[in-house]
Design a protein around this ligand. Structure first.
Ligand code: FAD
Length: 310
């Protein structure tokens, strides 16, 4: 296929990418949005979003994702189901290579988000899909009236533990410290929920089972005492890994793989912008991802306008 020319290629159709593409199109830029999986991205698995401004009743992640996508398409953006493999320079433009074709573009907005980090313990790979999960909304119903574990201490772990109480008889939250990082409002809900037990200062060292998960081996980090517990599902939420492997040759990344940006969402390469969870010091929230996307698109617009006048 011949190279397709455009003004902006946005990579990733999560909240950051959808917002960036919508703003870019509304600024009159020919915008292509490339997504490898599904528009809405990370958020489509969230049961209820309560902290997005303007939605006092809350909305499910799937509904919010779908309406953001609809709004972006309405603004004139072409959303294509393609995976981006590389990003190169063909001065003064960029070449974005997907599994379908090359794009020759004046600027790029990287909004590739992040994936859930793995624990890296015995049994995790073996039982993924057979008792080990990263999605309470998707897999919670399989554990109706059973005992499940959740590992983590941030917003997502707290949120997912609360969601699991709709199905499970008991939810054990394993946390390696003596306090949670989750927002106060979620912590209060956790503590008030009688089906949730929190095991503080506890790490999960091994997931046990034969065909499916039957239990876990834990260790208390203060006493070093090991313990075996019976349960039938393990939900893992121990942080995020940025989806930035395709960028390393062209863009500067920090030690954690995030993209450093300035307040205009400019990266180390003029004309390439980053937005959302993939950028350094992101708040990893929907509203900040949307804000980054808008900023990145406006910056791309100024970059392209200034290049024209040079
Ligand atoms: C269960 C759960 C509940 C949450 N609840 C809340 C909440 O209540 N409130 C809140 O504010 N935040 C919440 N969050 C966090 C929020 O979802 C994220 O901060 C936000 O979705 C980040 O948006 P993003 O656009 O940066 O990245 P993402 O949503 O991760 O989107 C990135 C997209 O890029 C695509 N992509 C990556 N690499 C490529 C490539 N090479 N080619 C093409 N496409 C690519 C991915 O497939 C993905 O679709 C929750 C997260 C989870 C997991």
């Amino acid at each position: 296929l011949a190279k397709k020319e455009c003004d902006v290629v946005v990579v990733g159709a999560g909240t950051a990418g959808l917002t960036a593409a919508m703003f870019a199109a509304r600024h009159g830029l020919r915008t292509v949005l490339l997504e490898r999986l599904m528009g809405g991205a990370q958020i489509i698995n969230a049961e209820k979003i309560e902290n997005f401004p303007g939605l006092p009743q809350g909305l499910s992640g799937a509904e919010l994702g779908a309406s953001m996508q609809e709004q972006t398409v309405k603004a004139g953006v072409e959303i294509l189901l393609e995976e981006v493999f590389s990003l190169g320079l063909e001065s003064p433009k960029f070449v974005v290579t997907s599994d379908v074709r090359d794009y020759l573009t004046k600027s790029v907005i990287v909004a590739t988000g992040s994936g859930l980090r793995r624990l890296g313990i015995a049994g995790e790979d073996e039982f993924t899909g057979n008792g080990v999960s990263h999605c309470a909304t998707c897999d919670g119903p399989f554990f109706t009236n059973e005992v499940v574990g959740v590992v983590g201490g941030g917003d997502t772990a707290a949120d997912e533990a609360i969601s699991l109480t709709s199905y499970a008889e008991k939810v054990i939250l394993f946390h390696r410290r003596d306090r949670l990082r989750a927002q106060q409002v979620l912590q209060q809900r956790l503590i008030r929920q009688p089906k949730i037990e929190i095991m503080w200062n506890t790490v999960v060292e091994r997931i046990l089972g034969s065909d499916t998960v039957t239990g876990v081996q834990t260790r208390n980090v203060i006493t070093n005492l090991e313990h075996r517990l019976s349960l039938s599902g393990m939900f893992v939420y121990v942080g995020l890994t940025p989806n930035s492997s395709l960028l390393g040759n062209l863009l500067m990344l920090d030690n954690g793989g995030h993209i450093p940006v300035n307040l205009r969402m400019e990266t180390s390469v003029p004309g390439i912008f980053a937005a959302g969870d993939v950028r350094q010091h992101s708040a990893a929230q929907l509203v900040s991802a949307a804000g980054d996307g808008a900023t990145a698109a406006i910056s791309a617009y100024h970059y392209i306008s200034n290049s024209r006048s040079r």
